[in-house]
Write a protein that binds this ligand. Structure first.
Ligand code: ATP
Ligand code: MG
Ligand code: FE
Length: 345
């Protein structure tokens, strides 16, 4: 029977319904960009409050669009973490109340497992084992994923996540929040070769990323030109900055393929919505005969269809269990600007 997915880890309140075969019947996302825009980053307290006021409407709308009544649901899946604690609590407590009231099994889903599941939502026959690149607001992680659903980390960022680099770069360029889509749009009218930005791949043999030096480099370029930069300069800076990020992502992803000997690559998370990254990945995958899963835009940034899909996999593998106690696993702490970043780094 249908699975309801709920996501509230950061600044998107989302609800989705999958049918018994795992097809998406409804995928509703309410973004809080208007709430956080003027602060230039996600404000945790405001995020939690906005989830509280929106979550019931979002879930009701998803059920309505799917033409599924609460009583027809077979399970509820909810994001348990990583994410902002207050934001996660809203989704988890809502899901607990709902599943308790309806006596439905409740599955806690790791947000990154959700992003990864979006690759199979888009392409159910995508093969395993494969390489997965998770590129989002808080993560830039390369995994080797096995047929049993286990993932081994091949490499990750030493400092900022790719999405963070987009957001902070956009802020420096005076573009609106969130920065990724803004840079993507402005870059289309700019020259990606106009400004030489460093491309940080630490060593050719390893699969780590680093974006903080690039950010500093943008700061210096801006400092060295008359302020404010002209629209043409902003477009060139955006295009060149973006090019530096996406080239490193593509290089490392394909280096991971050759190191593992695999020929299937899934790229997921908010940054995988980037048009330049998508074009480069498609081009290179075709040239190197790599099977590529690049989910449609609606599954790239945060959504609940991916959470329902990951939850459904758990139910299929583990079977339905009676209601278990479920708690949040934030495992990430907001940094000074309220962005989500894994703890201990
Ligand atoms: P995480 O998934 O790591 O917990 P998150 O949930 O906040 O973090 P996502 O919603 O997956 O992150 O992705 C949001 C990020 O994606 C933001 O940093 C945003 O700027 C970036 N992003 C969205 N669209 C684009 C785009 N077209 N180009 C580049 N970056 C983009
Ligand atoms: Mg978001
Ligand atoms: Fe995310």
């Amino acid at each position: 029977s249908p699975v309801l997915g709920i996501e509230s880890s950061c600044d998107e309140t989302a609800g989705a319904v999958l049918d018994r075969e795992g097809r998406v019947l409804a995928n509703v996302v309410s973004s809080q960009h208007a709430v956080h825009g003027k602060f230039g980053g996600v404000v945790p307290e405001l995020a939690a409050r906005a989830h509280i006021t929106t979550i019931d409407t979002v879930v009701a709308e998803a059920l309505q669009q799917a033409q599924v009544s609460k009583r027809d649901l077979g399970a509820v899946a909810v994001t348990q973490g990583p994410g902002l604690a207050g934001a996660l609590l809203v989704g988890v407590n809502y899901a607990k109340a709902l599943s308790y009231g309806l006596q439905l099994p409740l599955v806690g889903v790791n947000h990154l497992e959700g992003h990864i599941a979006s690759a199979w939502l888009a392409d159910p026959t995508f093969p395993l084992p494969c390489v997965v690149l998770v590129v989002s607001g808080g993560h830039t992680h390369l995994y080797r994923r096995e047929a049993d659903g286990c993932s081994a980390l091949l490499g990750c960022t030493r400092d900022d996540a790719a999405g963070e680099a987009f957001d902070k770069g956009a802020q420096m360029l005076g573009l609106e929040f969130p920065g990724g889509p803004a840079i993507d749009r402005i870059a289309r009218s700019g020259d990606p070769q106009a400004i030489a930005f460093p491309r940080f791949r630490l060593r050719k043999s390893d699969l780590e990323f680093s974006f903080s030096g690039l950010k500093t480099s943008l700061l210096y370029k801006l400092r060295d030109m008359p302020a404010p930069p002209t629209p043409v300069q902003v477009a060139d800076l955006a295009a060149s900055y973006q090019e530096s990020i996406v080239q490193v992502l593509v290089d490392n992803a394909f280096a991971a393929l050759s190191q593992t000997g695999l020929s299937a690559l899934a790229v997921v998370g908010g940054v995988s919505a980037n048009s330049r990254l998508r074009a480069l990945l498609k081009e290179r995958a075709e040239r190197e005969q790599v099977r590529l899963s690049l989910p449609p835009m609606a599954y790239c940034t945060d959504n609940a269809a991916m959470i329902a899909a990951a939850g459904r996999q758990v139910l299929v593998q583990r079977g339905v269990e009676p209601l278990l106690p479920l708690d949040i696993h934030p495992t990430t702490v907001p940094n000074g600007q309220g962005r989500v970043r894994p703890a201990g780094r």
